[in-house]
Design a protein around this ligand. Structure first.
Ligand code: SF4
Length: 356
């Protein structure tokens, strides 16, 4: 896959763009003023592999709380600012590694300039976050609504504004909840600028529908080489956003992390409770962060073939299953012991990897 060239920007110790791996980010949904709750959530996100985290900064108290959050935050911390430029200045004072602003609602050139100057002094990148739901009125009137062209023009306006101030540490996002609009907007902008793109479908919905929309929208762009960092937006626990983010990247072969589970859909040949087995395997191996391919197959037709391509796998029979490792059968277990046997084998592989 040929990835689009983008200028690198650095947030804390993480590079976005410039050929760096596509990063997975998320946003906390705690009250940012509650430092303990926010840090607890950040640590849960980090355990899932989150690489950049954004927090909402709705008032000065939240902006000040960032200082303590930053002190306990092991990954780059981005402050999400709307309307009040003073919040951006306070967030920078507190040590934010990145800012997300919509320069259109910050209140005029001078205020944007104040933010840019402070960000420049601290070498902090700014994400221009265009959202189809909050486009400028003149663009909505000219384009007849939040079209991809209207979104791109809004982004270009803000990009030019920052460029006129000599600032190029920029990332851009063009989020819409309508997937075809979002895809087209990113495609159009990707041809016109070299800034790294933060890709996401906004207000994508609950875990189930949001996962599908995000996989289609983000996945389509990544498959074309567009996108440097992704955020899956889900109504629910943000930890799920990180899991889905990695699942999208793994599906495209862009990142590897944790278990890549291959399981068959089951059919009339299946003689074991494969759904239960697959769910249990997924659950019991969810803590693994090393890349490992695990196959859970229902029968002897495709089972041995798939299982033999995986690091470890099982192929079901009638009331029993075969355990494979690296293409070789290493055991035959009754159905009730199969998951235990598989998990033991995975633990063994991980131990061997750690000691090698
Ligand atoms: Fe059916 Fe076997 Fe294929 Fe699973 S692997 S869907 S049980 S034929």
């Amino acid at each position: 896959m040929q990835r689009r060239y983008s200028r690198p920007v650095i947030l804390g110790n993480v590079q976005v763009g410039g050929g760096a791996p596509v990063t997975v980010q998320s946003m906390t949904n705690t009250d940012t003023r509650d430092v303990r709750a926010t840090l607890d959530q950040i640590h849960r996100l980090v355990r899932e592999g989150c690489e950049i985290v954004r927090v909402a900064v709705p008032d000065l108290q939240a902006a000040r709380a960032l200082k303590e959050i930053k002190a306990g935050c092991p990954i780059p911390l981005v402050a999400d600012i709307h309307f009040d430029y003073r919040l951006a200045l306070a967030a920078l004072e507190s040590g934010a590694d990145g800012l997300r602003i919509n320069p259109g609602n910050i209140g005029g050139r001078e205020r944007v300039a104040a933010i840019v100057n402070a960000a420049r002094g601290k070498k902090v990148p700014i994400r221009i976050g265009v959202n189809a739901g909050s486009l400028e009125k003149d663009l909505l009137a000219r384009y007849g609504g939040p079209t991809p062209r209207a979104m791109v023009e809004s982004a270009l306006r803000h990009i030019r504004l920052l460029e006129e101030m000599g600032y190029r540490e920029i990332k851009v996002s063009l989020k819409a909840s309508h997937v075809p609009v979002m895809i087209e907007a990113y495609r159009l902008l990707a041809r016109q600028v070299e800034y790294p793109l933060h890709v996401g479908v906004t207000e994508a919905g609950t875990v189930r529908s949001g996962t599908i929309k995000s996989a289609v929208g983000i996945g389509a762009l990544l498959a074309e080489g567009i996108g440097d960092t992704i955020r899956v937006s889900l109504t629910g626990d943000p930890v799920e956003e990180v899991r889905v983010g990695y699942a999208i990247l793994k599906a495209l072969g862009l990142r590897q992390r944790g278990i890549d589970l291959i399981s068959c859909p089951t059919c009339g040949r299946t003689c074991i409770d494969l759904e239960r087995i697959a769910l249990e395997v997924e659950e019991r191996l969810s803590w693994v962060d090393k890349p490992l391919k695990v196959a859970v197959m229902g029968c002897a037709v495709n089972g041995p073939g798939e299982a033999s391509h995986a690091d470890v796998g099982i192929a079901g029979g009638r009331g029993f299953g075969l355990l494979f490792r690296g293409g070789r059968i290493i055991g035959r277990f009754p159905e009730k012991d199969l998951v235990d046997a598989l998990v033991r084998e995975v633990e063994k592989i991980l131990q061997e990897k750690n000691s090698s």
